[in-house]
Design a protein around this ligand. Structure first.
Ligand code: NAD
Ligand code: MG
Length: 379
């Protein structure tokens, strides 16, 4: 029986992780839950699931049988709790970085959905992994696909990692026409149903930019060895091209419960609640090369990966802040890209050798986006 803690349990990934646990009562038992907002939904989960431990950002009324605590220190304590076997990291944004480091230091298996912490955490995550018994198992569908395809060969035999991208709802629309996109339009994702921020990131392609850096961190490859391929149907989740010309691909229906479950059970594969893929029922699978001039978000991600240091942190922090401003109606859709580009231009690189350096750089990038937004009039 594996004891599972879900950090970010009220979110899209968190709720699907609970589904996976419910589907396999003989394999998994729930140990801990945490959330940041959605008090009502979280209280509902506590009553229904009765975890041993739970952490919320603010005080909540007691729930019989649940050891309830509040705030970030309690969250870090839960992340590193020796009683749990697997920690599903489903918190969104850079807020997941400290819990990730706490879980790895405690030697946990971390089923990691959160990509912002990997993009920003770089060397700190590497050090935490090399020092202890902790392990990272990717949940992000593209990274899970790469992880699975990489099991078919040796590292030095790999020529390219090929990340697929749905392209979001606007990939065929001309750049000029993106100016007036509203949050409502940006939240209509063609193939995946996800949290608000990642759905927006998919429309701006910032998500794919983050995933290029995430893949580099997880599998230790340079940007030159990572390609992006637009695949609007989201059936092929990513591929690995080997040096003999063989390409291994990972296919399934777009259902996050598959990669969530695999990260929890690896190296075992067990039946899943997801519907099976019948290729004859699928629309034609299409693939396009992304236009790097059109998708500035992708080009900036490759540049940040190459430049290293704090650039990936600025890319992420500026994008997180720009997303908040876009949802608040204070920044246009293209303003997201433009403000990230502005923050990167203003930034002077420095090494990210401590958590403080990372958090300072994150804060700086947010201030730069605010500066950008205050100097442009929008609406
Ligand atoms: P979401 O917004 O639906 O849920 C986020 C969860 O994190 C919620 O439970 C929230 O309470 C918690 N949270 C938010 N801010 C927090 C903070 N400051 N401290 C502690 N907890 C906090 O997000 P999601 O779509 O489930 O995505 C979660 C992560 O997984 C993101 O990093 C995203 O990029 C990644 N991811 C998601 C999907 C998907 O299908 N949704 C796919 C791949 C990767
Ligand atoms: Mg993904």
């Amino acid at each position: 029986m594996k004891k599972v803690t879900i950090l970010g349990s009220t979110g899209s990934i968190g709720r699907q992780a609970l589904d996976v646990i419910h589907a396999h009562p003989e394999t998994f038992t729930l140990y801990g839950l945490s959330a940041h907002s959605s008090e009502e939904a979280f209280c509902g989960q506590l009553l229904a699931e009765k975890p041993h431990r739970a952490v919320f950002s603010l005080p909540l009324p007691a729930v019989p049988g649940v050891e309830l605590a509040f705030g970030e220190e309690a969250l870090l304590d839960l992340a590193g709790d020796p009683a749990a076997d697997v920690v599903v990291l489903a918190i969104s944004g850079i807020a997941a970085l400290r819990p990730l480091l706490a879980a790895l230091k405690a030697g946990k298996r971390v089923a990691i959905a959160n990509k912002e912490s990997l993009v920003c955490g770089g060397d700190l995550v590497k050090i935490a992994l090399s020092k202890g018994a902790g392990e990272l198992l990717p949940v992000d569908s593209e990274q899970s696909a790469l992880f699975q395809c990489l099991q078919n060969g040796r590292r030095q035999e790999v020529e390219k990692l090929i990340l697929t991208a749905s392209g979001g709802p606007f990939f065929k629309i001309k750049r000029e026409e993106l100016r007036d996109i509203t949050p409502e339009q940006a939240l209509r994702h063609p193939t995946w149903s996800m949290g608000r921020k990642i759905t927006l990131d998919s429309a701006t392609l910032m998500n794919k930019g983050l995933e290029v850096m995430e893949a580099a961190r997880l599998f230790d490859f340079e940007g030159e060895q990572i390609d992006v391929l637009i695949h609007p149907q989201s059936i092929v989740h990513s591929m690995v091209a080997y040096r003999d010309g063989t390409v291994m691909a990972n296919l399934s229906r777009a259902d996050m419960r598959l990669p969530i479950q695999y990260a929890m059970t690896w190296p075992d594969r067990i039946p899943s609640p997801a519907r099976k893929l019948n290729l004859w029922e699928q629309p034609e699978l299409q693939f396009y090369r992304p236009d790097m001039e059109r998708f500035l978000a992708l080009r900036m991600a490759y540049d940040c990966l190459k430049a290293g240091g704090g650039y990936p942190v600025v890319y992420n922090g500026a994008n997180e802040r720009a997303a908040e401003l876009f949802f608040a109606g204070e920044l246009s859709f293209l303003g997201i890209e433009d403000s990230v580009s502005y923050a990167l231009e203003k930034y002077t690189n420095r090494p990210m050798d401590s958590l403080e350096a990372i958090l300072e750089t994150d804060a700086l990038s947010r201030r730069l986006v605010d500066e950008f937004a205050s100097t442009r009039s929008f609406v």
